[in-house]
Write a protein that binds this ligand. Structure first.
Ligand code: PGA
Length: 286
């Protein structure tokens, strides 16, 4: 296992210089057997299958050169899944979908079921992304998100549950409360054993696609809060093994310091995952 436990703690201790206590960060060393998990979220990009294939080939090259014990994934639009799955086969890159439908079959025009995803080689499914909670494409509720989590788990797939506060909520000091409500409702009925299949992505809405990345101190404080929430709702051992990604304007110039934080176990990357050079530096962060 890669020795990130001691290294991560030491780097953070060196970089926070006392401000961690005020930010609520903990310097607890990593527990469990968490691997770093870097995922690209392509959203409604790129415009054609040919471009998607070229991008995927570059990402496979970046990931295959990585010597770290790490999961790397591409979450791409539905029409590209089967082709991108072929490109990822035998590589270090796993395939993810950006959403799913809770129905299995029938009169649900536009729907995509978990069995369809599975048959295309999908392993991970994003759930509750803020663009689906608050965006123009959907206004998903926590109850709908919880139903999707249930569906994904029952299909033998792995959910990546996105949580995070809006700018107004952040400014109102509600970050932890918002995460707590989204976790409580999103994970309702999920057992301790099932938590081993779930990744949490903390994505402050104000940082997504804005270039306003959360500082390592702010991100670490929230990740630490999420881990303590998991310890309270499940137990310490479960909390120690859940991978918690940070998402929101992750870029080559901020990835190293974010990943050095003890409770940040990876990144969910939008814009920068579409640019091979940038995503290469993120996948192969120092
Ligand atoms: P961003 O998107 O990296 O472009 O901020 C992250 C996300 O929405 O998952």
């Amino acid at each position: 296992m890669y020795t990130r436990l001691v290294l991560g703690g030491a780097l953070l201790a060196a970089s926070l210089s006392g401000s961690d206590a005020a930010a609520g960060a903990t310097l607890r060393l990593r527990g469990g057997d968490r691997q770093y998990f870097i995922a690209g979220n392509w959203k409604l990009n790129p415009a054609t299958l040919d471009e998607a294939k070229t991008l995927a080939q570059a990402i496979v090259k970046s990931a295959d050169g990585n010597k770290r014990d790490q999961t790397t994934a591409i979450c791409c639009p539905y029409p590209y899944l089967a082709s991108i799955g072929e490109i990822c086969k035998g590589s270090k890159v796993s395939l993810g979908a950006e959403d799913c439908c809770v129905q299995d079959k029938g009169a649900f025009t536009g729907g995509v079921s978990t069995s369809m995803l599975k048959s295309c080689g999908v392993e991970f499914v994003l759930v509750g992304h803020s663009e689906r909670r608050h965006g123009n494409i959907a206004s998903e509720t926590d109850a709908e998100i919880n139903a999707k989590i249930r569906k994904i788990l029952d299909a033998g797939l792995k959910p990546v549950l996105c949580v995070g506060e809006t700018k107004e909520e952040y400014e109102g000091g509600l970050c932890n409360s918002v995460c707590s409500v989204q976790l409580t409702r999103g994970l309702a009925g999920v057992t301790k054993e099932e938590m081993s299949k779930i990744t949490i992505a903390y994505e402050p809405v104000w940082a997504i696609g804005t270039g306003l990345v959360a500082t390592p101190e702010v991100a670490q404080a929230t990740h630490s809060y999420i881990r303590s929430w998991l310890a309270k709702m499940y137990d310490e051992a479960t909390a120690a093994q859940v991978v918690i990604q940070y998402g929101g304007s992750v870029a080559p110039d901020n990835v190293d310091t974010l990943m050095a934080c003890p409770d940040i176990d990876g990144a969910l990357v939008g814009g920068a995952s579409l640019i091979p050079d940038k995503f290469d530096k993120i996948v192969n962060f120092k």
